[in-house]
Design a protein around this ligand. Structure first.
Ligand SMILES: C[S@@+](CC[C@H](N)C(=O)[O-])C[C@H]1O[C@@H](n2cnc3c(N)ncnc32)[C@H](O)[C@@H]1O
Length: 271
């Protein structure tokens, strides 16, 4: 179990960057996700890709949870992620789905997308809070500028924010999930602590995954940090970066957003 930390060591412990921690999380990401968001958003992104009718880019594609189902619709899709371990899972998922050739994986940072100046995407999608991994205003601005450069003239930029992070109560060393994985006899326990740095709008998750198989025990400990802006704040950042917001949705079926919605989806185009 993570030991209780003093306030001083907690400040030091906060990961400085939102891209850190994901390599260590990679082996457990799909297992935990199956118990939280699961596939609730997948159809929405598949429909967006069908409507776009051209090349799709996913920012922070992770293990390919959304990328691969979107590729199944026939779309050509590029997934960008900074974590080599998350991308290793994505490669395996593509092979299992026999979709090699339809998906390209690029290891890179979304703050400076590595595409030729002639490359354009009809849909750029940012599912499941990836923009909340940008923990400074300058990181968000760099990413929005980068997206504006690669989005086709009538293309759509869709982003999904995880709404409840700033209102999570802080807790320490709570068993969040316990369960088995796959057909193996492996048992996993997730022990989690949550800290809020309200001045900087940051939520920090300290996670410890304990995996037991027979007498063998493996422990992974890491921290992830997220920065959450409200919908109006994100809207104004998009407008400042040269986007026009075309819709704000409060669920994955198209309902309009309101401040109590448990989904925060924003669609935008370039002005
Ligand atoms: C919440 S996961 C989202 C994964 C996937 N889109 C999904 O919906 O399941 C966030 C992913 O973003 C990646 N990431 C975070 N910051 C990044 C950055 N600055 N550049 C590229 N990838 C980043 C992480 O490595 C991680 O795989």
């Amino acid at each position: 179990m993570p030991r209780a930390r003093s306030q001083k060591s907690e400040a030091l412990h906060r990961p400085a960057e939102g891209w850190q921690g994901w390599d260590d999380y990679a082996d457990f990401y799909d297992w935990e996700n199956a118990q939280t968001l699961d596939r609730r958003d997948v159809k929405f992104w598949q429909n967006m890709a069908r409507r776009a009718g051209g090349p799709v880019l996913e920012l922070g594609c992770g293990t390919g949870r959304v990328t691969v189902p979107v590729a199944r619709t026939g779309a050509r899709i590029v997934g960008v992620d900074r974590s080599g371990e998350m991308l290793a899972h994505a490669h395996r998922r593509t092979r299992r789905a026999r979709l090699e050739g339809r998906v390209s994986w690029v290891r890179s940072d979304i703050r400076s997308l590595p595409f030729l100046s002639s490359t354009r995407f009809d849909l750029v999608m940012a599912p499941y809070g990836i923009l909340q991994s940008l923990v400074r205003e300058a990181d968000l601005k760099a990413t929005l500028d980068s997206v504006a450069r690669v989005l086709a003239p009538r293309g759509v930029f869709g982003l999904d924010l995880v709404p409840d992070l700033p209102v999570w109560k802080e807790y320490r060393n709570k068993v969040r999930f316990r369960g088995s994985r796959g057909a193996s006899d492996s048992r996993i326990t997730l022990v989690e602590s949550v800290r809020q740095d309200r001045a900087r709008r940051l939520t920090i998750f300290d996670q410890e995954f304990v995996e037991r198989r027979g007498a063998a025990k493996r422990v992974r400990t890491f921290s992830l940090v997220f920065r959450t802006l409200s919908v109006p704040q994100m809207r104004s950042r998009l407008e400042r970066a040269g986007f026009r917001v075309t819709a704000v949705l409060g669920d994955y079926k198209g309902k309009s957003w309101d401040p109590r919605a448990d989904v925060w989806l924003i669609l935008a185009e370039k002005c």
